[in-house]
Design a protein around this ligand. Structure first.
Ligand code: AMP
Ligand code: ZN
Length: 472
């Protein structure tokens, strides 16, 4: 197999992956803040972590994966200011904060399922770990923290090399403005936020630093340590986390162990999905969700394929045209697979081993999925490999890419748009009528049926190269 290398944000280089314990690779992914639905950009982060997890498993490593659920503490600004996103949303909607958290957590898990993202071993909630967060704060308080009226703060000058991950000292220092009065350094951050007099929080706990709530960064240090140990293999998140959230996690980890260890060996970050119309910001009111994709009649795996077409470290631009192109590509793949299955078993041809090797070479090189996809196209079209061997080789491609090609049927890709008027059975019976009319050379009747279907939003597709009878 090819050497397995990943780009490590800590060193800004591609490094050979050597697990701490080959019998249990440990991976932690910063999870969603469940004050709203995930947008497509957030979901790109989990297509990335799922691809990483799939490649590790496929390469033979048993894996423990953790995705936390942030249901408290994440502020509207990364610069340690503003409102708790959960509290703000509860106030704006007049809803119970716990109901909000459980609704959007369930929606997030459905999104993962729709995208064929395998569930992690653990989905820990921040609010289930308040006591452990307080204990962590008590451990590091004397040597690393100081108190202000507004809470307990971490002094970043007490750990070695703060911000090495972000390269923050010189480049970004000036953007890290200090909005909290009394902080020693602009980069100091809250371990515990004490509620102000008159502040009306739905989520609050007692602590040695007064009644309040934990700072956001604390949960990930506590939960990664609890579920994966002090030293684990890989920590992931979006590129934004490289600047503040992850440097702060590292600082906390170093403070807790009293050592320079960062916690994870590899810190890996996916680049952003961007959208020129501003629909990636949840504050825009109407933003891009996976449900919006499905409501338009696009299968969610088309979005997964769209993500795989870009390297995870490249910025990716969203457009509906781009998504439609990915949907067509997915249909082509499903069509090609269906064609291979329908073939009678011929004489055995060359095996597909070379394709498996090329798949390995691509994804083992820092998850180069854009290079793996053309290998799949070539495999499906290679007449020197028997149809049965080509279908069998899909097991490997599915294991790594998660496109379900071995089981996906073409009909599954026909998703009903939210506004669709005709049921599948209606369409089928009218198409049967139309076939009879055409067999009887009654073209007027056949055309009338085609037009009636068009009125119902169904386009009849005679002689479609991909074998589709109709589309919505
Ligand atoms: P959040 O729910 O805001 O805590 O974010 C969940 C994950 O999505 C984090 O790993 C973020 O870094 C990541 N993320 C946020 N916005 C984007 C985006 N536009 N593209 C890719 N990843 C993103
Ligand atoms: Zn985190």
């Amino acid at each position: 197999m090819a050497p397995l290398t990943f780009y490590n944000s800590l060193t800004r280089t591609a490094e050979a992956f050597r697990p701490i314990d080959p019998a249990d690779v440990r991976l932690y992914s910063c999870g969603p803040t469940v004050y709203h639905y995930a947008h497509l950009g957030n979901l790109r982060a989990y297509v990335f972590t799922d691809t990483l997890a799939r490649v590790l498993r496929w390469r033979g490593y048993p894996l423990t994966h953790v995705i936390n659920i942030t249901d408290v503490g994440h502020l509207t600004s990364d610069a340690d200011a503003g409102d708790d996103k959960m509290e703000a949303r509860a106030r704006d909607t007049g809803q119970d904060i716990w109901a909000i958290a459980s609704h959007y957590t369930a929606a997030f898990k459905r999104n993962l399922d729709d995208l064929n993202i395998r569930p992690p071993a653990h989905f820990p909630l921040a609010t289930d770990h308040i006591a452990e967060m307080i204990a962590f704060g008590e451990t590091i308080e004397a040597a690393h923290c100081y108190r202000l009226d507004s809470g307990l703060y971490f002094d970043v000058s007490t750990v070695p090399d703060y911000g090495r991950l972000a390269r923050a000292r010189d480049d970004h220092g000036e953007t890290r403005i200090d909005p909290v009065a009394g902080k020693r350094h602009p980069q100091d951050f809250a371990i515990w936020r004490t509620s102000a007099a008159g502040e009306n929080r739905q989520m609050e706990w007692d602590s040695p630093w007064g009644r309040g709530a934990p700072g956001w960064h604390l949960e990930c240090s506590v939960m990664s340590r609890k579920y994966l140990g002090a030293a684990f293999d890989i920590h992931t998140g979006g590129i934004d986390h490289r600047e503040i959230h992850h440097p702060n996690e590292i600082a906390q980890n170093q403070a807790f162990c009293g050592c320079p260890d960062t916690g994870a060996t590899f810190w890996m970050h996916n680049n952003f999905l961007v959208d020129r119309t501003g629909k990636m910001a949840k504050s825009s009111g109407e933003f891009l969700t996976l449900q919006a994709v499905i409501d338009r009649g696009v299968h969610p795996l088309a979005y997964r394929l769209m993500c795989l077409q870009a390297h995870y470290r490249s910025e990716m631009e969203f457009s509906w045209e781009g998504l439609a192109a990915a949907a067509v590509r997915l249909k082509r793949l499903a069509h090609a697979v269906a064609g291979l299955r329908d073939r009678p078993a011929g004489p055995p041809g060359a095996g597909a081993a070379a394709y498996r090797e090329r798949l390995d070479a691509a994804v083992s090189d820092d998850l180069a999925t854009p290079r793996a996809l053309p290998v799949l196209d070539e495999l499906l079209a290679d007449k020197t490999v028997s149809p049965a061997d080509r279908v069998a080789a899909l097991t490997d491609f599915d294991a790594v890419l998660g496109l379900d090609l071995a089981t996906l049927r073409r009909e599954d890709l026909r998703v009903r748009p939210a506004g669709a008027m005709l049921g599948e059975a209606d369409v089928a019976s009218r198409l049967a009528e139309r076939r009879e009319a055409r067999a009887a050379k009654d073209f007027a009747r056949s055309d009338a049926i085609r037009l009636a279907l068009a009125d119902g939003g169904v386009e009849v597709m005679d002689g479609d190269p991909l074998g589709w009878d109709w589309r919505l």
